[in-house]
Design a protein around this ligand. Sequence first.
Ligand code: SF4
Length: 342
Amino acid sequence: MKDPFFSETILDWYARNGRDLPWRRTRDPYAIWISEIILQQTRIAQGTAYWERFMARFPDVETLAEADEDEVLRLWEGLGYYSRARNLHAAAKQIAAAGSFPDTLDGIRSLRGIGDYTAAAIGSIAFGLDAAVLDGNVYRVLSRYFGIATPVGSTAAKKEFSDLARELLPPGKAADFNQGIMDFGAIQCTPVSPACGTCPLSGSCRAFKTDRTGILPVKREAKAASVRHFSYVYLRSGGMTAFRKRPAGDIWQGLWEPLLFESPDGTGALPEWILTLSPVLLREGFRHQLTHRTLLTDFYRAETEEKPELPEGYRWIKEQDLDRFGKPRLVEILLEILEGKD
Ligand code: SF4
């Protein structure tokens, strides 16, 4: 081990301060896998309720494998990054076909939607494999404690930090060490105002000793978010409304939405056939932030007695059945505006 003091302090800290989370009370790889995927882009407070709902509805991999994709996506509503749910569903089918959950790092990594981090997390926690995890918390703790200024997000950093994490891993204790260092980063060595005053590592922490906790870890410059201009039209006719399942190749694949018209700058988006229905503007320029994009959306309602022919991909669905379709959060918000809840 490269630095026994560091590793033992993390283990000791974890034994006293680790968070009691429902998926930590099991070694079931399925339950751990679901928690890891949910928590990839979601905070624990929000993710826990989703994990509990997911496990109640799909208690094992077979149930998930046999489920309808729409139902999986519906349960995912509000979490965002829907490709996670689709990959989860596809991977459940892979596991069900193989007959059991893979128990090697390569086997776990061969599942859809699983990269190095998730494979190491599941491998160490469920199977006790000596694999080191690397997430934002781990980067932060290692960068500060060892005083490493390599910009996080670069290929060089990935190699440097994963080598270091591997060297620090106490053999046979990967589960506690991995969860410990991640909790330590989330609770003690936080991004802003780390609790150095009560930190058991402060005596040998390079960032603390050189007053660089506000500088480390160094981040690569983020790309500016691009802007897209959407116009949604909720078209109603005889208790039905026009919706489509979003196609592949763009955000929100497989989720449902009302008539969408997109334009480069937000002007002239609505086609003539919609304008003849005198659409009512309910909300203008509604801002919705995704990780790499800002969506600015105008939202309209229109009503017609005769059902017009719909653009390709759209179909009429009963308004009373809308709850059965998985929708992106933006569409949920628009429906709330329509119902006057906003
Ligand atoms: S002393 Fe501060 S910066 Fe260093 S590991 Fe502890 S909390 Fe993090």
